[in-house]
Design a protein around this ligand. Structure first.
Ligand code: COA
Length: 385
């Protein structure tokens, strides 16, 4: 029985900054951001949006009444949790109006947990092929104003249905996961921004990619030539290039060049949105499926990485219905509007964050279907339009 990703949808905020403008404000050569880091635009998050509203919006794009009735479980993968106890999945389930007999849970391991959610969902479907699991990978990547990580921020959610007889990607049985206790990136309970040793993290990422790919190749006997393309976790697009080149080295043969071209296709949306943490690999997968030279029957490799650290390499076969089972990302990105760096800084500083007092946000400026209206008696108030 084939099990895998049946449908995918992406949601981000409706505003962005141009990173050449940010470079000018920070006194940096814009080529450092657009070429050295590989990012052109970055999603800007108003205080009325968080992982719950973004996750609900992504899920709303792929659910039909019939699909919603078939859901057994909702797993939200995030490292931008809004509560230390209650799962964001419960808020999202409520906003979506899902049945109360749906299992709801949240998973965490930095940027990796979306992949764990998919593997756990696969297990549930293998036990009971009637089940459909909704996986939502939602995050807001925050490093702080005027920090080296600022240019690698971003925000958004990818919602995925995992089921038998999938339309997008049938996941193959062999996967290799690898974890080690590493302090490359973390966020203490009292902090709203991550602490990161970016250069160290880049090296650990490459190391984990080489380890998991090598073990995968040993177990399956497959070569790089067996992949039509590889989708990477993309905290910034240059990261995927660094990892791919670490295994291609100076190869210029047809296989190496094909993987480079497909990497470029997988980076298209990340360049426009920035880092999604848990959702980045899956936005990269959608980008590869919509912009790459791929066809049904092709094998794709997927490399997932979460600081701390955990990596996983696995693969899947593209299914015939893939083109019609993905949300229209170019349309959504074209509908965003640009804001100034000053406006971005003001919005950055007006998030709910760690505040304990009652707060009421002005929701008029936010046209999204789900908004965070504020906080009352220590409870977040969400609205569905
Ligand atoms: N034109 C073109 N490229 C330029 C440039 C210019 N004018 N100026 C610098 N660059 C290049 C550098 O050569 C470097 O390329 P390389 O990495 O291929 O060597 C790149 O731009 C970045 O420059 P660097 O000086 O290393 O940047 P930085 O010290 O500001 O830090 C990060 C960059 C990515 C380490 C930092 O943004 C960060 O920590 N981000 C968070 C990382 C993260 O997400 N970690 C989790 C991983 S999953």
């Amino acid at each position: 029985m084939k099990i895998g990703i049946d449908k995918m949808a992406f949601a981000t905020t409706d505003q962005y900054i141009d990173l050449t403008e940010l470079a000018a404000k920070r006194g940096v050569d814009p080529n450092k951001y657009t070429i050295g880091i590989g990012q052109d635009r970055q999603a800007v998050v108003p205080p009325t949006q968080d992982i719950v509203t973004l996750g609900a919006r992504a899920a709303q794009k792929l659910l039909t009444p019939d699909l919603a009735r078939r859901l057994s479980t909702l797993i939200v993968a995030t490292e931008s949790g809004i509560d230390n106890s209650k799962a964001s999945a419960i808020y999202i389930k409520h906003l979506l109006g899902l049945d109360d007999y749906v299992r709801t849970v949240e998973l965490k391991e930095a940027c990796y947990s979306g992949t764990a959610a998919i593997q756990f969902a696969r297990g549930l479907v293998a036990l009971n092929p009637q089940e459909t699991v909704l996986v939502i990978a939602a995050d807001i990547a925050r490093y702080g104003l005027n920090t080296p990580g600022e240019v690698t921020q971003g925000a958004g959610a990818v919602a995925m249905l995992v089921s038998a007889n999938p339309r997008v990607l049938a996941i193959e049985p062999t996967s290799v996961s690898y974890s080690r206790d590493v302090m490359d990136f973390w966020r203490p309970l009292y902090a709203t921004e991550a602490l990161v040793d970016g250069k160290y993290s880049t090296n650990v990422y490459i190391d984990f990619f080489k380890n998991t790919l090598t073990r995968y190749q040993q177990r399956t006997g497959r070569e790089l030539a067996d992949f039509a393309g590889i989708a990477f976790h993309l905290p910034f697009t240059k990261m995927g290039k660094k990892a791919l080149e670490a295994v291609l080295q100076d190869r210029t043969d047809a296989v190496a060049n094909r993987l480079r071209d497909q990497l470029a296709a997988s980076q298209v949306y990340c360049r426009q949105v920035g880092n999604l943490y848990t959702g980045s690999l899956y936005l990269g997968l959608m980008s590869l499926l919509q912009n790459g030279a791929v066809a049904a029957g092709d094998r794709l490799g997927l490399f997932s990485y979460g600081s701390g650290a955990e990596g996983e390499f696995y693969s899947g076969i593209i299914q015939p219905g893939f083109a019609t089972a993905l949300s229209d990302i170019p349309h959504d990105l074209a509908g965003r509007h640009q804001v100034s760096v000053a406006k971005y800084e003001q919005l950055f500083n007006s998030q709910l964050g760690m505040r304990a007092e009652d707060v009421q946000f002005d929701t008029q400026a936010d046209q999204a279907p789900f908004v965070l209206a504020g906080q009352k008696n220590h409870q977040r108030i969400y609205q569905r339009r």
